[in-house]
Design a protein around this ligand. Sequence first.
Ligand code: DHK
Length: 146
Amino acid sequence: MADTKPIYILNGPNLNRLGKREPEIYGTTTLVEIEGWCMEAASGHPIRFHQTNSEEKLIEWVHEAIDEGAGIIINPAAFTFTSIALLDALKMFKGPIIELHISNVHRREPIYHRSYVSMTATAVMAGFTAKGYPMAVRAIKDMISA
Ligand code: DHK
């Protein structure tokens, strides 16, 4: 029986500003448009798409995914590089985790080069632009059904 528990797509701080935020780095696609692309890519698999500027709220959604989710796609944004609390929460998740960054963080300032989340992510995607989100949805669907 295929796992029909939802795929959690979680977004961290400042991603609500996509479209206007440093378009030379993040492009002009809005988070609302990205959510639509994810729904399409999910092609019927349930998804839970969230964004927050609060570390606490992001961790609470990870806890919800621990209890109810099949997979996590997470763009932790700045919390990628600062939050051991988020890493500890993600370590509890038993399914696949894809860490996603719109930009190639390894080509940017050194502060963006060391990810705590990568210490527990199943896979890491960076630099595919906003188009990485539907790519990640298709990839995690394969991981879940494998
Ligand atoms: C988004 C952010 O907000 C930054 O803090 C990260 C990431 C990069 C992204 O490329 O999606 O460094």
